[in-house]
Design a protein around this ligand. Sequence first.
Ligand SMILES: [Zn+2]
Length: 338
Amino acid sequence: MNNPLPHALRALTPNVHAWLPDGHATWGLANCVVVTGRKAGSGAALLVDTPYTADMTRRLQDLIGGIGAAEGAAPEVRTVVNTHGNGDHSYGNGLFPGAEIIATDANGKHLCAEPAPAELAALIALSDPESALGAYMRRHFGRYGDFGGVSVVHPTRTFSGEVDLDVDGVAVRLIEVGPAHTAGDLIVHLPEEGVVCAGDVVFNEDHPVHWAGPLESVHRACLRILECDPRVVVPGHGPVMTPAEVGRYADYLLGLRAAVHRGHAAGRPLPVLAAELIADDPYPRWGLAERMAILAAVEYRALDGETEPPDLVGLVGFAAGFAHRREAAAADGSGSGG
Ligand SMILES: [Zn+2]
């Protein structure tokens, strides 16, 4: 992956443009979606999610500025919607001063668990590069530098359930679907455009990671997306999808859930089960198979009745160990992963 950032926004409809970085097999390069109004010259825009760094956010802002160039009215982002509280969907919030920032009430619960930009930068810089976690953090997060210029900017408006908005004639419905990927997920339904922005309830072409779960809840959130009967689904990461592709992804989650539950019922220790799941990877072309270890850990937590917020860094460290062992095995040609 040389330069993974898009040179142009992709028009999904005349009023909906997507920022789709090439984030395959790595972390943090999330999709954003810009909704512009129908009234010529009004220039109002709504942005679904903000990028991880100030540089990426400014680059997106430049592209948004070009949307209305032909009409001479550059859109102004007056509303930011955060699908959830992970930094790769919200750290750029502060670069939209004056915009209303909308998320679910429960989004705040996740923000308690999410490292702030400075903490994340320190974790990358101060971790032992020889350790599995240190190597993993550098590989997947090193590109983002020191996260200078961004900070945690909380929503200015929160809700539970559903909220209807109007972007100068374009209907926007926010639908709470969490807890699923995190405690406070929402999806964005644009009914007249035939688009749903799924946030990280849905990943495409990478193994998914889900912090809150359990997988049954993520599956239910996928079904809610399909109930919207969209033409196009924008996942949190990866290329845009058809509803049929989202349906297959939802089926995969249920199958994985069943395998984890069987392992739990049989008393399999979590590291053993995680290694088995990764070794039997049903989608070897997807990136980041080690994320299955996180999904298994989160599911075990639910089965064990644990309700404390997840230790995100600890979970990434658990996954990093599997990635490290797989790479070591590949390097010495023994071929046995996990
Ligand atoms: Zn994400």
